[in-house]
Design a protein around this ligand. Structure first.
Ligand code: MOS
Length: 743
């Protein structure tokens, strides 16, 4: 029998297309009579547009449209359909002249070439009635309010008796941890190409959800969702920012409608800072209480984060504190304050990234206070069951993650005193932290077709945001069909395909793979039935239980010499393709189990004793994510997440000028993300069992856990190296230097 393809470290099936440039991204689809749009954004953060003089712009050769709030088409309900997140967002669609944040869309200029559109966009003369923006987080605190529920989740949780827990635990950590504004910077900035054919709109869009984009854009125009087809075969990274359809998508479609031509609109890099989300600033008040033996008696985690002035969005940093440790008493709360910034959004592991920095830093502080090894402290407080809802874990190998991570890292060489490990002028620090992310799954559907030539085409309206969806779904489909990999073609990224959820919350593989498997198995079973019913087949009349498909042959299990090529079976049956559509969805398993992935991250940092510069020399991550569909793409996901964790720890920070409400470092030269030179040794391994309570493939999702825990592991290592506890990300040299240079 053929080897099982699922799980194998196969190369990406779309790899050659990507490296040869054959893979088309949203701004690369050719269109006859294509026009080019440039988005113009506000230079103030609060106020109104007093005037826009378009006369000079209109005179630039090739200009087709200067769209402002004066002449933009009117949308039903002001362009605000009653849609839930993530599809429904409060957009800026030039329906009024109000400015609510810096870099908010104020005009769209369309011309025959990008150069003409860019030139004309620079010729707009815009005057504003500006008011002072609310852009100072500390001052806005006075108006903080309780965050409303988000996507059906409670913002506040309580368990046990916090006061009793505080009395029972004499050893306390009570501290505030903060994380800065952060902005997604996918390699491919957002881009859309819009084309109307009568009432039918086609969008080539860089999106994490083709169905969601179709729903969102059709709702804004007040037209049926079937009239908006969204195509997105390749996406150069999304990370949550492309989980909602932001203003530019609809603006591009409006411009196409008003010019009567296909229009392409790609955001410029600085436009990634505001109009398309980002991670809000958080201030997290963590209180831990423990007995002298390290037993936690209370975890209290109160989060304050900013949103915009016009839409609520909460970074749910408290999520990790609800489930990570077995403290009997606990509380999590989330409050919001309003700033004149673009509304924040999902950004890789939204909540867990910022929250695990706070919780896992506090656990490290507690370990020092107790003079306990931080790994021991965590094992001591291991949650045997999910502590908030008291449900058993579906599977949980966190203790193995700690043990294997410590062993692979060489944790035993750590001297349990700050500033105790040194190599010449380099202070060396070891730190660790736990990582976690929930298992998420939604309903998905897929179609499998076996064609007369003996190949199969399998498809689902899911997305490959760079994670390897094409590859893993081809593997799953090939196994379920009994076909070799090269005879299976998988399609995705088209809202006309069977519906699948958005690629967010690390849910795509766990949601879509079961549907792909079911459709492919259904098609295989139909093929087998055709062969058995066919008097001309060597398999005629066999018991279906004795017949399988292997390597593209329909074959008797008991007598493999009785076999028939798939193409021959279909030809004799009349040459019609076999087609099966299936859908798969979660059952009631969430009522019985808690589904979480776990990991342990170990970091070695080197701090220059004179300059305070910090390098992450080594990262070791051990993860329990259930089964993996492809050992290579799975490892790549974790590597990417851990690299982002390094950036979160040491580099990323959107600098908001409180006077003007502008992000001043809105470019990749000054908004730092890790490059190769920032990354040392990386070691990623996996432990744990397939989580078959979650889905038949035993996979729990893999996209987001990699970033969690890493910032705390690095902060904890920096403390070990320098004796300086940095509770405010990013950990830049100025925050450690005064101490690092002493003696
Ligand atoms: Mo993820 S932040 O749900 O792309």
């Amino acid at each position: 029998m053929t080897d099982n393809l699922t799980g194998q470290p196969l190369d990406r099936v779309d790899g050659i297309m990507k490296v040869t440039g054959e893979a088309r991204y949203a701004a690369e689809f050719p269109q006859a009579r294509l026009a080019h749009a440039v988005l113009v954004t506000s230079t103030i953060a609060s106020g109104t547009i007093a005037s826009i003089d378009t006369s000079r712009a209109q005179r630039v050769p090739g200009v087709l449209l200067v769209m402002t709030s004066q002449n933009a088409m009117r949308l039903p309900n002001g362009g605000r359909p009653p849609l839930a997140m993530p599809a429904g967002r409060r957009l800026t669609l030039l329906q009024d002249n109000v400015v609510r944040y810096s870099n908010e869309p104020v005009a769209v200029v369309v011309a025959d070439t990008l150069e003409h559109a860019t030139d004309a966009a620079r010729q707009l003369r815009i005057t504003y009635d500006a008011s002072a923006p609310v852009a100072d987080f500390d001052r806005a605190k006075a108006n903080a309010y309780d965050a409303p529920g988000q996507q059906g989740r409670a913002m506040t949780t309580q368990r046990g008796d916090i006061e009793a827990g505080l009395r029972d635990g004499p050893v306390k950590i009570d501290a505030i941890y903060s994380t800065p504004l952060q902005y997604h910077n996918a390699m491919e900035p957002h881009a859309t190409t819009a084309h109307w054919d009568g009432p039918q709109l086609t969008l080539y869009d860089s999106t994490q959800g083709v169905s969601g984009a179709s729903t969102a854009v059709s709702a804004v125009f007040g037209i049926p969702a079937d009239n908006v087809r969204v195509i997105s075969p390749f996406i150069g990274g999304g990370f949550g920012s492309k989980g909602s359809s932001w203003s530019h998508v609809t603006l591009c479609a409006m411009a196409a409608k008003q010019t009567g031509r296909p229009v392409r609109l790609a955001l410029e890099r600085p436009q990634m800072f505001g109009p398309v989300g980002g991670r809000p600033r958080t201030e997290q008040h963590l209180t831990l209480a423990a007995r002298d033996d390290g037993t936690l008696t209370t975890i209290r985690h109160d989060t304050l984060s900013n949103t915009s002035t016009f839409e609520d969005w909460s970074e749910m940093s408290g999520l990790v504190s609800r489930m990570m440790y077995a403290a009997p008493n606990g509380r999590t709360t989330h409050r919001l304050l309003k700033l004149n910034v673009g509304t924040p959004t999902f950004m890789r592991a939204p909540g867990e990234t910022s929250g695990s920095f706070a919780l896992e830093s506090a656990m490290d502080e507690l370990a020092w206070r107790l003079k306990m090894d931080p790994v021991e402290l965590r094992i001591k407080n291991f949650a045997e069951v999910e502590p908030q809802e008291n449900k058993p874990w579906s599977s949980n190998a966190l203790r193995e993650c700690y043990a294997q991570g410590a062993q692979r890292f060489g944790w035993s060489k750590r001297v349990n005193t700050p500033r105790s490990m040194r190599d010449g002028n380099t202070l060396i620090g070891y730190g660790m932290a736990g990582a976690t992310y929930p298992g998420n799954r939604s309903q998905a559907s897929a179609v499998a077709r076996i064609l007369p030539d003996g190949t199969a085409r399998v498809a689902s309206g899911t997305q490959d945001i760079g994670t390897g969806t094409y590859t893993v779904m081809t593997q799953v489909a090939a196994d379920a069909l009994g076909f070799p990999l090269e005879r299976v073609h998988f399609a995705l990224g088209d809202s006309t395909l069977p519906r699948a959820p958005g690629s967010g919350g690390s849910q795509s593989a766990a949601s879509v793979a079961p549907a792909v498997q079911a459709a492919a198995r259904g098609a295989r079973d139909r093929l087998i039935a055709l062969a058995i019913a066919d008097a001309g087949s060597p398999l005629h009349g066999l018991d279906p239980n004795d017949v399988t498909v292997d390597n593209g042959w329909v074959m008797s299990r008991s007598d493999p010499s009785r076999r028939d090529p798939a193409a021959a079976v279909i030809a004799r049956a009349g040459g019609q393709p076999i087609e099966v559509v299936s859908s798969a969805k979660p059952g009631d398993e969430k009522q019985h189990y808690a589904f979480h992935s776990f990991g342990a991250v170990f970091a070695e940092v080197h701090v220059d004793a004179d300059l305070g510069t910090i390098r992450v020399a080594r990262l070791v991550g051990v993860y329990d994510v259930g089964a993996r569909l492809n050992a290579k793409t799975a490892r790549s996901q974790l590597l990417g997440g851990m690299v982002w964790g390094v950036g979160t720890a040491l580099e990323e920070e959107g600098l908001l000028d409180a006077r003007y409400g502008r992000i001043v470092n809105n470019n990749l030269a000054e908004y730092h993300v890790p490059v190769n030179a920032d990354i040392g040794e990386m070691d990623v391994t996996f432990v744990g069992e397939p989580d078959t309570h979650f889905n038949p493939l035993g996979i729990r999702g893999i996209g987001e856990i990699g970033i969690t825990g890493v910032p705390a592991a690095i902060a904890n290592a920096v403390y070990h190296a320098t004796g300086v506890r940095v509770r405010d990300l990013p950990i830049t040299l100025d925050k450690v230097m005064p101490e690092a240079v002493r003696a």
